[in-house]
Design a protein around this ligand. Structure first.
Ligand code: UT7
Length: 324
């Protein structure tokens, strides 16, 4: 008998304001055609001036609790992945805790940029497996628009704001791949690649927030290679073949990266959940947003084998295999 972390509910929250490629093309030298062809993005949501990451995260968390039929008072642990916290401290997770009234929960943030949601799932899964938590909220929430240089067409067209959340509950399993719940997580980091994707500021360096800087072509090249290898690692660890996978839910960075990943894995494109056209890259929020969408519309069903993958600044990259 082993303890598994079962996803019992998902929630999402997007800011109201939609910004299309055409709208961006009025302020920077770009076009809907270029953005869509190179990235698969048509539009993104942008948070209102006074709408903080914690507000997006709390709305997604409440929706996830409702879909799980759980109460905020039952939550033992909140792990929130973000690169755009409300403040340098305290952790945005604590503000979400206060907003939703999860008074008994321990709450903290995880920083692994676009891989943050999978890193957070791995942390929460470890707490559950070791009996330190029974009900956990794992949230990815971002107001990435706040750290984008809106004059830099290389990056400003890529990102959006939003939040997604899942509720994890401890559940008994047999210790085999037939169990429902998280079956594996694999996490990787390589800080030598800092200069390819980073913000040019921070509390300890410039005492400012900084803005996103990226060598897009190089990040693209590493993403394609790292994602293929982390997926291979996940399949091998679980004794799975590509045809055993029901759904690939990737971090949504670039449609061309997504297509290449599915192709390398040997997975038909219709088994991949794609939201990038409407959400753009919402960093840590992109996977839980996609999970919430594909579970609420009935695509992902109980018993399905779902594989998650992400790659982001650091570099960090990661995978998670779960049976829904
Ligand atoms: O989530 C974290 C991980 N992030 C990623 O995985 C992002 C990975 N990188 C990418 O998705 C792609 O590299 C980009 C979408 C960022 C760029 O696509 P690319 O095919 O690598 O284009 P590029 O950077 O090589 O630029 C090609 C051309 C350049 O013009 P020249 O030098 O060929 O004349 C750019 O100046 O496209 C130009 N360009 C643009 N043109 C119109 C760059 N950005 C834009 C733009 N609109 N927004």
């Amino acid at each position: 008998m082993v303890v598994r972390s079962l996803v019992t509910g998902c929630g999402a929250h997007l800011p109201e304001r939609v910004v299309t490629n055409d709208e961006l093309a009025r302020s920077v030298d770009t076009s809907d055609e270029w953005i869509y062809e190179r990235t698969g993005i048509r539009e993104r949501r942008i948070a209102a001036e006074d709408e903080k990451t914690s507000a997006l995260g709390a709305a997604a968390a409440e929706a996830a609790l409702q879909s799980a039929g759980a109460a905020a008072a039952d939550v033992d642990l909140i792990v929130l992945a973000t690169t755009t916290p409300d403040e340098t401290f305290p952790a945005t997770a604590t503000q979400v805790q206060a907003l939703i009234g999860a008074t008994k929960a321990a709450a903290f943030d995880v920083q692994a940029v676009c891989s943050g949601f999978i890193f957070s799932l791995a942390v929460a899964d470890s707490f559950i497996q070791t009996g330190r938590a029974e009900t956990a909220l794992v949230i990815g929430a971002e107001t990435f628009s706040r750290i984008v240089d809106w004059q830099d067409r290389d990056t400003c067209v890529l990102f959006g704001d939003g939040a997604g959340a899942v509720v994890l509950r401890a559940s008994n399993g047999a210790g085999t791949g037939a169990d429902r719940g998280i079956l594996s997580t694999h996490l990787h980091s390589d800080g030598r690649f800092h200069d390819l994707l980073y913000t040019d500021g921070g509390p300890s360096s410039t005492r400012t927030v900084g803005q996103v800087r990226m060598v897009g072509k190089e990040v693209f090249r590493h993403a394609v290679a790292n994602l293929a290898s982390v997926l291979e690692e996940a399949l091998t660890a679980n004794g799975l073949e590509a045809e055993d996978i029901d759904w690939l839910v990737p971090h949504q960075a670039n449609k061309r990266i997504l297509d290449s990943t599915a192709r390398k894995l040997g997975l038909p494109p219709e088994k991949m959940v794609v939201t990038i056209e409407r959400h753009a890259n919402t960093s840590a929020a992109s996977i839980p947003l996609a999970l919430a969408e594909a579970s609420s519309d009935g695509r992902i069903k109980p018993g399905d084998v779902v594989i998650l993958e992400a790659m982001g600044g650091g570099f960090t990259w990661a995978s998670c295999v779960l049976r829904w």
